[in-house]
Design a binder for this molecule. Structure first.
Ligand code: IMP
Ligand code: MG
Length: 178
């Protein structure tokens, strides 16, 4: 059986919820007069997106994009592969892209470029976690919950080989488990 006890969380469920309330207030203020479309990047953003949306005091629409980092990354091909695209026409819309974590920045950079070609009125990015030390492309999130050091984390949507997403807290993956 694969255990799911990681000892002390990096962020507890309560700390995550408090941070999401703050983000929700900021986003509700910033988009008060707008017609916001939220796009979640599957699968990692699922839990964050669900909780963030419940903390917004504005009317929003939502859609999902399912992407995965592609093996062709090192061969100069497109760095992300789209497994399932959004169904919404985003032309003229205010769009907020939601992702679990910004690491090298390659995924969000590629998704932003792809979405900008569809001419949204605006496009911003919100991530729960930010690992700025690992950046390979010059990009910053417009909204970021927690800045974390260069450690591999799991829980609350974040996975290691598609496991541990269901943990209600975020923990550092012990090195021996990798
Ligand atoms: P980037 O393209 O390097 O910014 O990577 C983004 C993707 O890598 C995220 O959407 C995550 O799926 C994954 N990732 C990066 N760091 C972590 C981590 O610490 N835990 C779990 N997944 C991670
Ligand atoms: Mg992932």
């Amino acid at each position: 059986m694969v255990g799911i006890d990681f000892g002390k969380p990096l962020f507890t469920s309560e700390e995550i919820q408090r941070k999401i309330q703050e983000l929700g207030t900021r986003i509700s203020t910033d988009y008060a007069e707008k017609d916001l479309l939220i796009i979640g990047v599957l699968k990692g953003a699922l839990f964050f997106m669900a909780d963030l949306l419940r903390n917004l005091r504005i009317s929003v629409q939502m859609d999902f994009i399912h992407s995965t980092s592609s093996a062709s990354r090192s061969e100069g091909g497109s760095p992300v592969k789209i497994l399932s695209d959004i169904k919404t026409d985003i032309a003229g819309k205010d769009v907020l892209l939601i992702e679990d974590i910004m690491d090298s920045g390659v995924t969000i950079d590629a998704l932003k470029k792809m979405l900008l070609e569809r001419k949204p009125a605006s496009l911003k990015v919100c991530v729960l976690l930010d690992k700025p030390d690992r950046r390979k492309v010059q990009i910053e999130a417009d909204y970021a919950g927690f800045r974390i050091p260069n450690k591999y984390v799991v829980g609350y949507g974040l996975d290691y080989e598609d496991r541990y997403r269901n943990l209600p807290y975020i923990a550092v993956l012990p090195v021996e488990d990798r």
